[in-house]
Write a protein that binds this ligand. Structure first.
Ligand SMILES: Nc1ncnc2c1ncn2[C@@H]1O[C@H](COP(=O)(O)OP(=O)(O)OP(=O)(O)O)[C@@H](O)[C@H]1O
Ligand SMILES: [Mg+2]
Length: 228
């Protein structure tokens, strides 16, 4: 059977930074392929380059060498505006610190994501409701972030990140600030949305206990991938 086309292809990617007159080679030639409806995990010690790679995958940054293809879009060649256009509509981000708007309710936060993605207003109400129910916040829709627990805020951030139906969801340590029970809740939501929302999730983690639910684990060390 023919394999489905990859959603994202990383090919021989290198990225260095200049700091204090020195060059640090963070990524030294990475290859990776994400396919539809996968849950992929990225591991490696602090400073190994996980966030650097996620920024390249999401088109927030560009490699010094190598190629990043998001479906048919060559992110390594495209300027910021073109990458931003694709990112807004097709990619979702979840950060460790939730990144919610503090004065907006859970409902309004998710709605804002739809507005930003250019989704027609008539579709907002059912979609916001669906996404908040999906993450188990059907009874907390009108709470503001400060009225929610850390796990609940992270689940609002997930609802916000998937609302515009991205093909790819990038989550940088989404469970790092949660206790193990809330972390497990977030992972259950991730598994559920991979199955029901046609999305591929790539997440970074330090937590060995959640690696077993991954379709694939990429382990970073010294700028390359090593066997986990
Ligand atoms: N914009 C930048 N300028 C200079 N150095 C940078 C920049 N971004 C990242 N680095 C360096 O690149 C290395 C990798 O950083 P990165 O944030 O990707 O690591 P990480 O694997 O995400 O770590 P953590 O687990 O702590 O989040 C670090 O040594 C960092 O100092
Ligand atoms: Mg990081």
């Amino acid at each position: 059977m023919e394999q489905e086309k990859p959603i994202l292809t990383v090919s021989r990617v290198e990225r260095s930074f200049q700091t204090g007159g020195r060059t640090i080679h963070v990524l030294k030639g990475l290859d990776m392929e994400l396919r539809p409806r996968q849950l992929i995990m990225l591991r490696g010690r602090s400073g190994s380059g996980k966030t650097t790679l996620m920024n390249l995958m999401g088109g927030l940054d560009q490699p010094d060498r190598g190629e990043i293809w998001f479906r048919d879009c060559p992110f390594h060649e495209w300027n910021d505006d073109r990458r931003t256009e694709v990112r807004r509509r097709q990619i979702g981000f979840i950060f460790q610190s939730y990144a919610l708007m503090p004065l907006l309710s859970a409902w309004e936060n998710v709605e804002l994501a739809l507005r930003m993605a250019g989704v027609p207003r008539a579709e907002w109400k059912p979609r916001v409701q669906h996404c908040l129910e999906l993450v188990g916040l059907g009874k907390r829709m009108h709470h503001r972030p400060f009225e929610l627990s850390g796990g609940e805020q992270q689940r609002v951030a997930i609802a916000k990140a998937i609302a515009h139906r991205p093909t790819l969801l990038l989550a940088d340590e989404p469970t790092a600030e949660l206790d193990s029970q809330m972390g497990a809740q977030v992972m259950a939501v991730f598994q559920d949305i991979v199955a029901t929302e046609q999305v591929t999730i790539c997440m970074t983690t330090h937590d060995p206990t959640i690696l077993e639910v991954a379709d694939h684990v990429y382990q970073m060390a010294d700028g390359t991938f090593v066997l986990p």
